[in-house]
Design a protein around this ligand. Structure first.
Ligand code: 9PG
Length: 756
């Protein structure tokens, strides 16, 4: 295990663990981050702090003093830190920079903090633990790609070509009010970014691994190729001798960048104490068929169907979405479509052996609600005193609740106590919760937006205990550690493109299958590290939808291979057996995510300009399983296409699931026709030189769950099968005369079959 060492030279101290090094230039007041080969990938970085309506203090040019290194022990392990102090005038606050390294972790953690040395309180606007750092990946920044991560669930997360322009986050997603000034050649990301040169595969990942207190941005200025990371203190006051710190920024310049991004997810999960789940949730959700038209009768019809088809669709939860409540804000009063009330409905769910889930948007209230009429003082305000609008939806402005207000806190606790304890729900989907984090004036003026938001989440967590909390419309960073699951993309929809696809700014947050798929692929790394990812619902129906069969298959493949929650949202009773089988194919949930191999590759910027909705969407997923590897290849174009797929080293039996076709023993690469918005899902099985299973149609992972063992005794191939949701299907087995289809019927119990 490489130890962390500090060296001192004339120029200043360096800290290294053999995987990454940070070298300080005391006179210049800057530092560099070097990779394992000693290349300064990030050079000449300063740290700054900005006072609200006041000056900014930077280490650049001021110089740094080195007071020594300290042992550190924190969520990342036992490490060593350089502590650097800005040389300032006596009347200036002390700005300190701490650089921590840990054995075995190839990233440096940088934090800026301030001490108020004056007798007067100061308010802090913003920290930049990394300011104006030169990025050198061995190629001009314009040749690189930029991983743009969105603020909340519905914000697009996309890989952009740096020769083009950033895409401003479009409505309905209002970002946090603190934004770096938009500039030509500037690319802005929330919480974390990766900048990668696709030609060399070199890259840098920079992301805040702590996020409970301050929102943050990281941006790249392609001219001159500089990177800056800021966390926002929102004007929090620091009294005499008081201190305040930025969030902790991890900088990882090790290869490959996709591993660095996953490692960043691990570090954020550790720092924020992510909730770990033993299994990944499945369910049925009312929203994407019924929308606000859901009624008690329709809920019961679907429940009855699930009760009668437990084996084929063994979901954990039935979740009623938006449409039961009297008004947005009046959660404890039902409307006329639910005459027997929500407690009765939860009992109906439980009677059928299923757990019950309920949607609420608990951190905002509509202008028409009783809550808003009775408590106008419970809301975040603009400086004018008017209530701050969180969103306009449901034909009314909706105002943001002030979660720092004790009466609001008590109200929220009561709502969740009622839903969870009195009514008996096992699961809450808390939606539009970014509302708790909007800019504005709050009851407690000394709380950041992220802290106000977390107070709200803490109340929900406290009421829920170990019951399931799914966040939606949630800012990402400050949700970690308080929720079991989070929506990581915009809404899916029973159509492929967003309505206004010709708009000058592509509406990448609007409901649309492609919008939801984009984020499911680009935020794959969050799953299992921060929470369970909710990729949004699977829609399989053949009627009341504009999704073509190939689009349904692509959606199912993306959801099935990224390991997150599997929630269906169809009217179940009229489903055809073929379409119902697609739900069954994804159950039980396997729970591990594939990797989007081409995440950091994009087409050229002119293609991006012509087709902004489908560029920056990965099209190749790989999942390594104990007995085989899955490769999914997608065609996001609107026309038929051919895709060349490079196979891993070796020769492989290739089986395609959706067309149920054995493609032979292959090596090198394979060219496949792929329909528009469709995919091919390949099982690659290493050749054993004897009869063996090479395909299964019983589950989307094609054998990982339903095949318990395969035994060849020289004469007979015995395959032990475990039941999965799909009871009828086939195995494909090699033999002397090629590949045979072995039909499997009624797989309700474990069974061993002779397959040759
Ligand atoms: C219920 C829905 C579903 C869905 C959520 C969320 O900006 N907008 O106008 C907007 C409206 C709805 C929406 C997202 C954004 O969907 O993601 O699953 O629960 O609310 O109203």
């Amino acid at each position: 295990m490489p130890d962390v060492r500090v060296e001192e030279t004339e120029r200043g101290p360096s800290i290294t663990n053999g995987l990454v090094s940070v070298r300080v230039h005391l006179n210049k007041g800057t530092f560099d981050v070097l990779d394992a080969d000693g290349r300064p990938v990030i050079a000449d970085a300063a740290a700054t702090v900005s006072i609200t309506d006041g000056p900014t203090f930077t280490t650049r040019g001021a110089g740094l003093g080195f007071s020594g290194s300290d042992d550190v022990r924190d969520a990342q392990g036992d490490g060593l830190a350089l502590v650097l102090l800005r040389d300032g005038d006596e009347h200036e606050p002390d700005l300190c920079v701490t650089v921590s390294l840990y054995p075995d972790l190839p990233f440096a953690v940088i934090q800026a903090d301030i001490q108020n040395t004056s007798p007067k309180p100061i308010r802090i606007r913003e920290f930049r633990p990394l300011d104006g750092a030169r990025l050198d990946l061995g190629a001009p920044a314009a040749n690189c790609v930029f991983y743009k991560h969105g603020w909340q669930s519905w914000s697009p997360t996309i890989v952009l070509n740096c020769a083009g322009e950033d895409v401003p986050a479009p409505p309905p997603v209002i970002g946090p009010g603190t934004q770096p000034q938009p500039l030509s050649g500037r690319f802005v990301s929330d919480l974390v970014t990766a900048v990668v040169d696709p030609a060399s595969g070199r890259g840098a990942v920079a992301g805040f691994i702590s996020a409970a207190d301050q929102f943050s941005h990281i941006w790249l200025d392609t001219e001159p190729g500089a990177i800056t990371a800021a966390s926002y203190a929102d004007g929090v006051e620091v009294g005499r001798a008081g201190t305040l710190a930025s969030e902790r920024l991890a900088v990882d310049v090790s290869a490959p960048p996709i591993a660095a991004l996953e490692r960043y997810g691990d570090a954020l999960g550790r720092e924020m104490k992510a909730i770990e789940s033993k299994s990944v949730a499945s369910g049925w959700c009312s929203w994407y068929y019924y929308f606000q038209g859901i009624s008690e009768d329709e809920a019961i019809a679907n429940l009855d169907y699930l009760a009668q088809n437990r084996e084929a669709i063994p979901v954990d939860y039935v979740q009623i979405d938006d449409g039961y409540q009297a008004e947005i804000g009046d959660w404890l009063t039902t409307n006329e479509k639910f005459p027997r009330g929500m407690k009765w409905l939860a009992e109906q769910v439980h009677e059928r052996g299923i757990k019950a889930g309920l949607w609420l948007a608990p951190f905002l209230a509509g202008a028409k609600s009783q809550l808003f009429r009775e408590h106008p003082d419970w809301f975040v305000k603009y400086t004018t005193g008017l209530p701050a609008i969180a969103t306009v939806n449901w034909n009314q402005p909706c105002f943001a609740l002030d979660l720092t207000h004790p009466e609001v806190q008590a109200w929220a606790a009561d709502v969740f106590r009622t839903v969870l304890d009195d009514w008996g729900y096992d699961y809450v989907k808390i939606d539009f919760i970014f509302a708790a984090a909007v800019d504005g004036v709050r009851h407690d003026p000394n709380v950041t937006r992220a802290q106000a938001y977390r107070r709200g989440l803490e109340i929900v967590r406290e009421a829920a205990g170990r019951r399931f909390v799914l966040a939606c419309g949630n800012p990402m960073g400050p949700s970690v550690g308080l929720v079991d699951a989070a929506r990581i993309g915009p809404d899916v929809a029973p159509y492929w493109h967003p309505f206004d696809r010709g708009a000058p700014r592509p509406p990448m947050s609007d409901p649309a299958a492609i919008n939801s798929i984009r984020n499911t692929l680009t935020r794959y790394w969050m799953h299992g590290r921060l929470w369970q990812n909710d990729p949004d619902c699977l829609l399989v129906r053949a009627t009341d939808t504009a999704l073509a069969g190939d689009e349904v298959r692509a959606l199912a493949t993306v959801i099935g291979l990224t390991g997150g929650m599997v929630l269906d949202s169809d009217k179940l009773p009229p489903l055809t057996p073929e379409r119902r089988d697609i739900i069954s194919l994804l159950l039980p949930v396997y729970g591990r995510s594939a990797t989007p191999l081409d995440l950091f590759e994009t087409t050229d910027p002119s293609a991006a300009a012509a087709a902004p909705l489908r560029t920056g969407v990965p099209a190749l997923l790989r999942l390594d399983l104990p007995t085989h590897t899955l490769l999914a290849v997608f065609n996001w174009d609107d026309a038929d296409g051919e895709r060349e797929v490079a196979l891993p080293q070796g020769s492989w039996h290739v089986f395609e699931l959706w067309e149920e076709e054995y493609l032979g023993l292959q090596s090198g690469s394979l060219t496949l026709p792929v329909p528009p918005h469709g995919c091919r899902l390949l099982r690659l099985t290493p050749d054993a030189g004897r009869p063996q299973v090479v395909g299964s149609t019983l589950h989307v992972l094609q054998g990982a769950l339903e095949i318990a063992a395969e035994d060849w005794d020289g004469e007979t191939l015995r395959v032990s099968l475990r039941p999965v949701a799909k009871k009828d299907g086939a195995l494909y087995v090699t033999g002397e005369d090629g590949v045979r289809k072995v039909v499997v019927r009624d797989l309700t119990l474990e069974r061993t079959i002779e397959a040759n």
